[in-house]
Design a protein. Structure first.
Length: 183
């Protein structure tokens, strides 16, 4: 077995570090608790929505500056309506039945919630099933409504900076309203 080079250790270490940080923040934000997720699904507790909207705003601004100022390359995936709708439906049904999504399931497992083991096993089985079906899906579902690589600014016909600013303001306003309603 070869020794792990510093470069390869960095390739492994950085994602592990960021994954641990992400899980820690999910747990500290309270979104890895079943009753919080259930409250979101029943439209009684908007903690998950507030965390997600905050993450979108911060991530969107961060990616914008990394791309525009640092020159980080973006690897856009094509918009495939059929695959997106089917994937969203499967994700939504799984989330509603299990009470966890992949990130919150891993965080719940990390905080000792034993039912999350079943969810994580389901994710492994589902991932294997997707891998086995991927050749079939590539020739069927993934061709339905293939719109190519699109971004919100290109669809709206706006500059990226304007779109980022406008969406950040809209989502921040939504966060303010949601937070005010929960008080």
């Amino acid at each position: 077995m070869r020794a792990l080079s510093a470069k390869n250790a960095s390739k492994i270490g950085q994602p592990v570090l960021f994954g641990l940080m992400f899980g820690f923040l999910l747990q500290k934000g309270g979104v890895a608790k079943y009753h919080v997720l259930e409250g979101q699904l029943l439209l009684r507790d908007y903690t998950v929505l507030k965390v997600m909207l905050s993450a979108i705003v911060v991530g969107m601004i961060g990616v914008y500056f990394l791309h525009e100022r640092v020159g980080t390359k973006l690897h856009l995936k094509p918009t495939k309506l059929g695959a997106n709708m089917l994937g969203g439906l499967i994700f939504g049904v799984g989330f509603a039945l299990a009470g966890y999504c992949p990130g919150t399931g891993a965080a719940a497992l990390g905080q000792g919630d034993l039912p999350a083991i079943i969810v994580m096993l389901g994710l492994v089985v589902g991932s294997y099933g997707y891998a086995e079906l991927s050749r079939f899906l590539k020739n069927t579902v993934e061709t339905w409504g293939d719109l190519g690589k699109r971004t919100l600014p290109s669809v709206l016909g706006m500059k990226t900076s304007t779109t980022v600013a406008a969406v950040a303001v809209l989502l921040s306003g939504a966060l303010f309203i949601i937070h005010s309603m929960q008080q």
